[in-house]
Design a protein around this ligand. Structure first.
Ligand SMILES: Cc1ncc(COP(=O)(O)O)c(C=O)c1O
Length: 393
């Protein structure tokens, strides 16, 4: 056998995630592993909780990372909050809303689906109508930043409607956290989950979550046991430290948590509002470049995410050919369309450490050159100078 050590090729990650990991985070991951109950490690866990509260804009003590990717954050919210027979209104405008529905069903809940258009923000009126028609609903669930389309929904308004109908809220902030405004406490979000590989510039594999008092009451008042032992909040909290002393639950992914700690320190150094502003500024620069190439963003301007840009593929151009050439010739990864957008859009991420000028120039330059070689009449030079002028505005 001559299998060698794996040395990944150098890539620039501008797809829907993972995004580029910051070198400081990569450096932190390689520090010596210590015991997960070592007092030094326990101190670092407390710091992660403090830093996550900063990122989520919450004071809730039940804020910590689940030791698994964003999908486990999703499951943690649903398995703890949805009991068999609970009616849950789920608003769907893309792939990840569909996964929420699947979670509700697997928990024995009864999903009430509010189907919204893909590529658009969720329509608050439709949620209002669904809640009027289902006064026995207990929970409302939806995605803040729909990574499959690039649409950003109005969390504050949707949560306000849910609360007026006496429902708890579960919000997916996987792509939102660190990339656009998210105010967990002042918007009243009851349970929220995220992921580390998007706008936090960290590696995949951890799912920050936060639950407020109302959510905790619902978990404590359950008639049935949480069906997942690993994701049972009562047990996880015993490990991550609540009122009680820490007790062993599972072996934390120690080095991965070093990485998250470093990425959250970087977020604090930048300032979360500055991070949101950087994502918006770079989005406008990318948009200027793409539009100068004649490419259109599919989401209406007021509903666009800065960190995920879905672009229509010009007629006659093969999706996979262009993405393949970007990867081979430029070392650049962008994303394909999902679901009903497969083959019709590219998804260009500007998340976390990927949200920077050099990446925008590489992406627009590479796309321009490839499209031109395929016979699309584009002026790549004009697109690159469009980026520069958007950045100097
Ligand atoms: C909106 C959204 N929710 C959930 C997930 C699942 O996260 P993970 O892939 O980390 O399990 C993703 C992943 O891209 C996502 O974009």
């Amino acid at each position: 056998m001559s299998i060698q050590s794996f040395n990944p090729p150098v890539r620039t990650l501008m797809g829907p995630g993972p995004a580029d990991v910051h070198p400081r985070v990569l450096g932190a991951l390689g520090r010596p592993t210590i015991g997960h109950l070592d007092p030094a490690f326990v101190t670092m866990m407390d710091e992660i909780k403090t830093l996550l509260r900063y990122a989520f804009r919450t004071e809730s003590p039940l804020t910590m990372p689940i030791s698994a990717p964003g999908s486990a954050g999703m499951e943690a919210c649903f398995v703890n909050l949805v009991e068999p027979g609970d009616k849950v209104v789920v608003c769907i405008n893309g792939v990840f809303g569909m996964r929420m529905k699947e979670n509700i069903e697997r928990c024995g809940g009864i999903p009430v689906v509010v189907d919204d258009a893909w590529g658009r923000a969720l329509n608050p009126q439709r949620l209002e109508d669904a809640l009027r028609a289902n006064p026995d609903a207990k929970i409302v669930a939806f995605v803040h930043a729909e990574t499959s389309t690039g649409a950003c929904s109005d969390v504050k308004t949707l949560v306000g409607i849910a609360h007026r109908h006496d429902c708890l809220t579960i919000v997916d902030a996987v792509t939102a956290l660190g990339g656009c405004e998210l105010e967990v406490d002042s918007w009243g979000v009851d349970a929220v989950y995220a992921s580390t590989q998007k706008c936090l510039s960290c590696t995949p594999g951890l799912a920050p979550v936060s639950f407020n008092e109302r959510a905790v009451e619902k978990v404590r008042g359950r008639d049935s046991k949480v069906q997942s032992w690993f994701l049972d909040l009562n047990l996880i909290m015993g490990y991550w430290g609540g009122e009680q002393k820490r007790s062993y639950h599972h072996t934390a992914p120690i080095n991965a948590l070093y990485g998250l700690h470093e990425s959250l320190i970087m977020l604090q150094e930048e300032g979360i509002e500055n991070a949101w502003a950087r994502h918006q500024r770079n989005h406008l620069a990318l948009r200027a470049g793409l539009e100068a190439l004649g490419l259109e963003l599919i989401v209406p301007e007021a509903e666009r995410l800065p960190q995920l840009n879905a672009v229509s593929i010009p007629g006659g151009i093969d999706d996979a050919t262009v993405r393949g050439r970007l990867l081979q010739e430029y070392g650049l990864e962008i994303g394909a369309g999902l679901g009903e957008f497969a083959g019709k859009v590219w998804r260009i991420g500007l998340m976390g450490h990927s949200s920077r000028t050099a990446n925008i120039l590489l992406c627009v330059g590479g796309l321009g050159n490839i499209l031109s070689s395929l016979g699309v009449p584009v002026d790549t030079g004009a697109a690159l100078s469009g980026i520069q002028s958007a950045l100097s505005d």
